[in-house]
Design a protein around this ligand. Structure first.
Ligand code: ATP
Ligand code: MG
Ligand code: MG
Ligand code: MG
Length: 475
């Protein structure tokens, strides 16, 4: 059986053999791109190449890109622990054409890698594909050249206002390169709940989207209009953990080699016995995003990227507490993580001590108020009658006990309770007003207040601590 590390390498080898330059993953902190919170797809580092503003000595590239989706346009933080396929941190395998090949080759390459003998060799009847609703060209390539039965090629639009999650128009953010796409799904079998893309049950874990092939054709401008790219291009993204699940014959990303080991080590460190416990999956997920973010220069803080990192760390610590962790544990997972990630952890290994020290300090600080905050929350939850926690309580937890709003929401969700977010924001505004008046305003709360992924990131200023870390790296 192939390991995740072998699968990553096979992907890169396949596309190298098709004339693609193997390019290193870029940092999780996008360079010079204020529209992006964290790197959320393989194409990010090539954004300017697609736009024709940057030239490379190659017109085909392949990467295994580290990605974080925990805020901004693509936010999967709330999915972790609830679906079999979402992580905050994952690796996206991709092949790219910069005005070189287009739909035909992109589709043929994908099919050859997935089903070819000597490559992934997947049973064809377990795969189905989607195309953009009006994209007859892609439909016909799948039907006539690849030979997929027409009833397994599903047309899906751009989902505006539609009730389902599927969306065959990909965009990296509110602006930037975008285009119609064609996605490949794997059927994990009828013992798992879920329906095909476009159906009412598509959010189940049976039909899993493994690969998105984007036909990059447009640049979306900030006023919403779309202009054509200089040349039609291709951007693809396949989740390494999802294809590993398929190739390792397991039905959840959390059961692949890498996560199995990480979850086992986490259980051992915390002293938990039930390896199926959801909190173990959450912690194993969160140690990946937190460690790689710190290794890429993000430090916990009260603003922007640093606050997203702080929120994830605190969520992990809370889940450790639920599992009965008796002492500081989170930083102890870093060496296990480095071990399971193989080559993908090379730069993490170089910063191991900084990562561990940062996690340790952050956990120590939060532990001082966690227990008391949880106690208060427990008491307040017992009083809730309308399935909603008041904004005042959520704010008190935030302000006095260091509970990020989404952490409180996570606890509440486990009991079927929501939070009065508007009330929370009113308290936050009042707080800001008070601090402005007393002129002791030092912390920027602006990006810390909204749960809504679309409006959450209001700007980013490099905090002093990040600048320090970057300075360390540059020496
Ligand atoms: P989904 O619909 O399952 O949330 P997506 O459509 O948001 O996925 P894309 O933006 O198309 O995902 O990204 C390309 C590929 O990256 C996906 O086909 C999937 O294999 C992988 N991927 C996306 N999000 C995640 C995630 N949170 N964790 C792990 N893999 C992911
Ligand atoms: Mg998604
Ligand atoms: Mg999708
Ligand atoms: Mg997709």
């Amino acid at each position: 059986m192939k390991s995740t590390a072998e699968i990553r390498q096979m992907f890169l080898d396949f596309f190298h053999g098709k004339g693609h330059e193997v390019v290193e993953s870029s940092s999780l902190v996008p360079h010079n791109d204020p529209t992006l919170l964290f790197t959320n797809a393989g194409m990010n580092q090539f954004k300017d190449v697609f736009l024709g503003m940057d030239k490379r000595p190659y017109s085909r590239a392949t990467t295994s890109q580290r990605c974080v989706r925990a805020g901004g346009k693509h936010n999967d933080l709330d999915n972790v622990g609830y679906t079999a396929r979402h992580h905050t941190f994952f690796e996206m395998l991709g092949n790219f054409s910069f005005g070189d090949y287009f739909k035909r080759d992109a589709i043929h390459f994908a099919w050859e890698l997935l089903t070819g003998e000597g490559w992934f060799n997947l049973p064809k009847e377990k795969l189905l594909v989607t195309v953009y609703a009006t994209d007859d060209e892609a439909f016909n390539i799948w039907a006539d050249e690849i030979g997929i039965p027409k009833d397994r090629i599903i047309r899906i639009g751009d989902n505006k206002g539609a009730p389902y999650a599927s969306d065959n128009f990909w965009q990296m953010g509110d602006t930037g390169p975008c285009g119609p796409c064609s996605e490949i799904f794997y059927d994990h079998g009828d013992h798992i709940w879920g329906g095909p893309p476009g159906s009412a049950q598509e959010d189940g874990d049976r039909f899993i989207e493994i690969w998105n092939i984007v036909f990059m054709q447009f640049n979306r401008l900030s006023d919403g209009t779309m202009e054509a790219l200089p040349k039609p291009s291709v951007d693809t993204g396949m989740g390494l953990e999802r294809i590993s699940a398929v190739l390792q014959h397991v039905n959840s990303n959390y059961d692949i080699d890498l996560f199995k080991k990480l979850i086992k080590d986490t259980a051992q460190i915390i002293g938990a016995n039930d390896l199926e416990n959801k909190s173990l999956r959450v912690i194993a997920d969160h140690i990946r995003s937190c460690s790689f973010l710190i290794a890429d220069g993000v430090m916990p803080s009260n603003e922007g990227r640093g606050y997203v990192l702080r929120r994830i760390i605190r969520r992990a610590v809370r889940h450790g507490n639920m599992l009965g962790a008796k002492e500081i544990f989170f930083y102890k997972l870093v060496s296990s993580l480095i071990e399971v990630m193989g080559d993908a952890a090379n730069h993490l290994a170089k910063t191991q001590k900084l990562v561990e020290d940062t996690l340790k300090a952050e956990e120590e600080q939060f532990l001082k108020t966690l227990e008391r905050g949880l106690l208060l929350l427990d008491q307040e939850l017992a009083k809730v009658t309308n399935h909603q926690l008041s904004g005042e309580v959520a704010f008190k937890l935030y302000d006095t006990f260091g509970f990020p709003l989404d952490l409180t929401a996570d606890v509440c969700r486990e009991r079927g309770i929501t939070i009065d977010e508007a009330g929370f924001n009113r308290c936050m505004d009042a707080q800001r007003q008070r601090s402005r008046e007393s002129d002791s305003f030092t912390v920027d709360y602006s990006s810390a207040i909204k749960l809504d992924s679309k409006t959450e990131f209001l700007g980013y200023e490099m905090s002093e601590s990040v600048a320090t870390v970057i300075a360390i790296f540059q020496h």
